[in-house]
Design a protein around this ligand. Structure first.
Ligand code: ADP
Length: 559
């Protein structure tokens, strides 16, 4: 009989007893007539019974609810057990449940496949049978320690342990453990995942990363890894050498620190564009600060990297092309000089022959004619002929510009002669100052070539100075000697400064300048192993500095 039926029988019996009592009281009352006391007694008698009935009804409801609830819970538990088994059997991860003596209570299909045992072979056995021999004692001890003390040595989330298959093969596992209590019993449930493939992939990644690192470390170009804020995340040894600093002085710094101030905004724009994927320019010429902060010419290529769930970064490869460009410039220059020399020698030769004929014919006419006017014109022809001859002489200097005849020379005297000889170009409002030192400086050089260099420089200084001062200074610097020619003249704008030493570059009027003076001067000085530099400011004047070694490096005989 169900509890609900028993409850209704009980309620029915009490109800019948109540009706019986009320009936008896009523019959008795009708027969004898009701006194007030009787009515009160009857009421007092009936009310508790009615109250008990209501109470019973209420209790019955609650009892019924509880019974129904328990039944539902049992059904739900049954259903959830069923659904757990359904889910567990379809899961790719293995599920293993052990009791407090670490005996296997339950395994799903995936666990059977993973370890190569059937369920029957596993259930009731020690968990350690699916762990490698070497690991068993430790695992057993760990489980026991936990079950007795509640202390865990390792995290129970994503624990990596080796597994042991029936055929003896070991394989890597990732285990997450959960715990619950059944009555007094502790039950541990482990979800196990075979991570053989993941481990293999990680190793292959690690291997290729090591390969990549070796490649970057041995790369001849500087490689800088730069984040979105322009901060340097990494650098290779070639990058350290390029900048002349250790890794520790580069990583964590901004790339902008290694770029000249005037180029920072351009470089920033380049990086931003590259990171945004806008610019696809592969080669990019830039100026950086190299060893000792000196400017170097570099060529950049860069690659944007978008790692998953991280901010993108740039791998910038930097090649120092300063020496290469300098070599290219020198090669180009020497090729230009060579072709100019060939042309000059051809032209000078071709012009010299008719010029010689003109001067011979002029002389012959001059001897035969006494007319003063004709003589005057013949003189003019002779002067023009000489000018043309001097131009061809100039041109011939290009034919063998590298040839010098070095001899021991008093450079102080040579500069003084050049100052005197150039004096005819000085304007009345210009003062000349010389500071040639107390002791004469003796050098081994080609006096004709070097004399011509100083005449060129002093003449240019006078031509650029309407009034003011031109100063010539000679300074003994041990193995070198420095001669500066400075003026307070017009000064030279930057665009002209860049082209000063180009052959045939002149700002002078036609007929006043050939544009060859500085080109030839630099070539002569370079042949001596020296250099000419210029500094100038428009409106304030210019300074040309000639640096010469006291001993010309490898004397080459001229024609
Ligand atoms: P040229 O004197 O025949 O023009 P140069 O090669 O000697 O050829 O000089 C080239 C140019 O350099 C000149 O035309 C002039 O513009 C500029 N220059 C040279 N020296 C000076 C100077 N001291 N001040 C201003 N400009 C100068």
């Amino acid at each position: 009989m169900s509890r609900a039926a028993a409850r209704w029988i009980l309620i029915g019996a009490l109800g019948a007893l109540l009706v019986l009592l009320v009936g008896l009281i009523a019959v008795q009352g009708l027969r004898t007539g009701f006194s007030a006391m009787q009515l009160l007694a009857a009421t007092l008698f009936v009310l508790p019974i009615a109250g008990a009935l209501i109470g019973l009804l209420w209790y019955g409801r609650t009892l019924g609810g509880a019974v129904a609830g328990r039944t539902r819970a049992e059904a739900a538990a049954h259903a959830s057990g069923e659904s757990f088994r359904t889910v567990a059997s379809t899961m790719a991860d293995g599920i293993i449940t052990i009791d407090d003596r670490s005996r296997i209570q339950y395994v799903n299909e995936a666990a059977e496949r993973m370890f190569g045992y059937t369920r029957d072979e596993l259930i009731g056995n020690e968990l350690t049978m699916i762990m490698p021999e070497s690991f068993r004692d430790r695992l057993q001890a760990g489980i026991q320690r936990y079950l007795t003390t509640g202390k865990r040595k390792l995290s129970w989330e994503s624990l990596e342990l080796p597994g042991h298959q029936k055929d003896g093969k070991e394989f890597p596992l990732e285990i997450s453990i959960g715990e619950h209590t059944l009555g007094d019993e502790h039950v541990l449930t482990g979800v196990v995942r075979d991570i053989t493939d993941r481990k293999r992939a990680e190793e292959t990644l690690a291997e290729s990363e090591a390969k990549f690192r070796r490649l970057v470390a041995s790369a001849p170009d500087g490689i800088f890894v730069v984040n979105t804020q322009g901060g340097i995340l990494d650098v290779n040894p070639a990058g350290e050498a390029l900048i002349g600093r250790d890794r520790g002085q580069i990583v964590g710094h901004k790339l902008a620190e290694f770029i000249p101030e005037e180029r920072v905004s351009v470089m920033d724009r380049y990086l931003t564009d590259r990171l945004a994927g806008h610019r696809t320019t592969e080669l990019y010429d830039e100026t950086w600060r190299g060893v000792g902060g000196h400017k170097i010419n570099v060529q950049l290529t860069s690659q944007v990297v978008h790692p998953p769930e991280e901010k993108p970064y740039l791998v910038v490869s930097v090649r120092n092309v300063t020496n290469l460009q300098e070599m290219q410039r020198k090669l180009l220059e020497s090729e230009r000089w060579a072709s100019m020399g060939r042309l000059a020698s051809f032209v000078a030769h071709e012009i010299n022959t008719p010029l010689t004929n003109i001067s011979l014919l002029t002389a012959s006419i001059s001897r035969r004619v006494s007319d003063a006017e004709v003589q005057e014109r013949l003189k003019k022809i002779t002067i023009q002929g000489r000018i043309a001859a001097s131009i061809t002489q100039e041109l011939l200097k290009f034919s063998r510009p590298g040839a010098i005849n070095p001899v021991e020379t008093n450079l102080t005297d040579l500069v003084r002669t050049a100052v005197d000889q150039s004096d005819m170009f000085r304007k009345p409002g210009v003062v000349v100052e010389t500071d040639l030192g107390k002791e004469p400086v003796v050098c081994t050089l080609d006096p004709l070539r070097i004399h011509e260099v100083f005449v060129n420089l002093i003449k240019n200084a006078y031509e650029a100075t309407p009034n003011g001062r031109v100063k010539i200074r000679l300074e003994d610097r041990g193995p070198l000697v420095a001669i500066t020619v400075s003026d307070t003249g017009t000064g030279i704008p930057p665009d002209v400064q860049r082209r000063l030493f180009e052959a045939f570059f002149t700002t002078k009027k036609k007929g006043e300048g050939t544009g060859l003076g500085l080109a030839i001067s630099r070539n002569f000085v370079a042949t001596h192993g020296g250099d000419i530099t210029v500094s100038s400011e428009v409106g304030r004047g210019s300074t040309f500095t000639v640096l010469l070694p006291k001993q010309a490096p490898s004397p080459r005989r001229g024609p």
